[in-house]
Unconditional design. Structure first.
Length: 168
């Protein structure tokens, strides 16, 4: 039962931990399906960062003496399932990469929200020892989102061009 902000923090930490693990597996699939070298590189970098996010969450949990596992993040589960469905609807090429970017950014936005919330609660409860770990991860999530946005500029233009050529 969640009856305090501490319990809410603990529950959200577990939820975020599970989300990171699910998104890690999902990102590996997205990377394999992507065609653009720039996009593959962005995924490779963020996969390594995500492994670090998981380790940081484990460290935060250890510092707070809670077990980070045991909860399934249904939002992450839904986003991963939606991405898998989307991958099956489009042939390889720029349009597929555009969908891959959109799916990955949905994940990033979820994580940005989760870490922002954890940071706000940690600040409220004066958990100064865990703040740097959470803030570092939040900054990496924001950077990953920016990287995907940059990659989307050329990918979306190519997908649009390809779509126009098909219509003619």
């Amino acid at each position: 039962m969640i009856d305090s902000i501490q319990a809410l923090f603990d529950d959200t930490l577990k939820d975020t931990y599970n989300a990171e693990k699910q998104f890690l597996k999902g990102m590996q699939k997205l990377m394999k399906a992507s065609q653009t070298p720039e996009l593959k590189q962005a995924f490779e970098k963020h996969i390594k960062e995500t492994e670090g996010h998981i380790e940081r969450l484990e460290k935060v949990a250890e510092m707070l003496e809670i077990k980070p596992s045991g909860k399934v993040c249904k939002a992450a589960q839904g986003l991963v399932e939606e991405a898998e469905e989307d991958l099956g609807e489009v042939q390889k090429g720029p349009l597929l990469d555009a969908i891959i970017i959109a799916c990955a950014q949905k994940n990033e936005h979820y994580e940005i929200c989760a870490y922002g919330t954890l940071i706000a609660w940690a600040e409220q409860m004066e958990m100064k020892e865990v703040l740097p770990l959470l803030q570092e991860t939040l900054e990496e999530e924001k950077a990953a989102d920016r990287s995907l946005t940059e990659a989307s500029t050329s990918v979306n233009a190519q997908a649009n061009q390809e779509g126009r050529a098909t219509l003619r």
